[in-house]
Design a protein around this ligand. Structure first.
Ligand SMILES: NC(=O)c1ccc[n+]([C@@H]2O[C@H](COP(=O)([O-])OP(=O)(O)OC[C@H]3O[C@@H](n4cnc5c(N)ncnc54)[C@H](OP(=O)(O)O)[C@@H]3O)[C@@H](O)[C@H]2O)c1
Length: 268
């Protein structure tokens, strides 16, 4: 990080809880590498205070934008002044940029980051079948990105079934030919199995799916970043599956986030 002065732009990450976040480390490193006079700091904000905080941030002229994570990614959408088409269809935002006039503009980048992380690890998705556990903000983004990447069919399982149907309604608008199925905890018969729920963050969390049904040949991907090896990944590896941890999803989108937030060095 460069020295903080009166010129430094301040970026935040909005989350609750916040101890697990990894974006500040990555984006502060990118800003340092790019010679950007900016700093990203944690904004620990409860759901009930989100609207108040955004009203304040519109008025902070040195505020450049924020990364948005649990539990705010869906709730923040109607509170912003504009969102991208992708964010509107996904129904979630994970990056907000403050324009010079104070307008807050949202974008969703984590689905693209997830696919970029899989590709960087050598996993091509075209023609594969995918099972997705979860239908929250991250799962929605991943579902659209998997469809965009050319998967052959998608099964989604979520505790709240109504959220799956809602997701399918929006997916069908953009990908009418993609076969969709509402699943159960059994991931049998899918090439790629993804945990996109928040289960796995805490050591006593239940598993997001029935891990006893996992089989060799399946690839099991996690979006939980801490712990790096969740119980799901341990159980998958023990059953002979190839595993893919949560961190590459963030790494895959850090450059996308930095570009969107305008973390570019001043013109010389
Ligand atoms: N690796 C990365 O780059 C990255 C990026 C984004 C997010 N994440 C992580 O992804 C996780 C989810 O984020 P999100 O934004 O999608 O959160 P979210 O919108 O709040 O969605 C949470 C999801 O988890 C499910 N869930 C939560 N508690 C559950 C329980 N006790 N039993 C069964 N299902 C449960 C929810 O099911 P219901 O619909 O039934 O409530 C929903 O599908 C977070 O832990 C976040 O840190 C990682």
């Amino acid at each position: 990080m460069l020295e903080i002065t009166g010129h430094t732009r301040v970026f935040g990450i909005l989350a609750d809880p916040i101890h697990q976040v990894k974006a500040p480390q990555g984006l502060n490193r990118i800003m340092a590498e790019r010679g950007v006079d900016g700093v990203m700091v944690p904004f620990h904000v409860a759901s009930a205070d989100l609207a108040t905080v955004l009203t304040g941030l519109r008025a902070v002229k040195s505020f450049g934008g924020a990364i948005v994570t649990v539990p705010h990614k869906t709730a923040i959408v109607p509170l912003l002044d504009a969102v991208s088409d992708a964010a509107r269809l996904v129904g979630a935002v994970n990056a907000v940029r403050r324009e010079p006039d104070g307008r807050l503009v949202g974008e969703i980048l984590d689905g693209a980051g997830f696919v970029a992380g899989l590709r960087a690890a050598g996993h091509d998705l075209r023609g594969r079948s995918a099972y997705l556990a979860g239908a929250g903000g991250a799962a929605n983004a991943i579902a659209f990105a998997l469809a965009e990447a050319g998967i052959a069919r998608l099964t989604v399982h979520n505790r709240t079934a109504a959220r799956v149907e809602d997701l399918f309604g929006r997916l069908r608008r953009l990908f009418p030919d993609l076969p969709l199925a509402s699943g159960d905890p059994d991931p049998t018969g899918h090439d790629l199995v993804v945990n996109a729920t928040s289960l796995g963050l805490r050591p006593d969390d239940p598993l997001p799916l029935d891990a006893s049904r996992l089989a060799p040949g399946q690839r099991v991907a996690e979006i939980i970043m801490q712990p790096a090896e969740t119980r799901l990944l341990r159980e998958a590896a023990a059953r002979g599956c190839r595993t893919h941890p949560g961190l590459p999803m963030l790494e895959g989108q850090l450059a996308l986030m930095a570009d969107f937030l305008g973390m570019v060095p001043p013109a010389r």
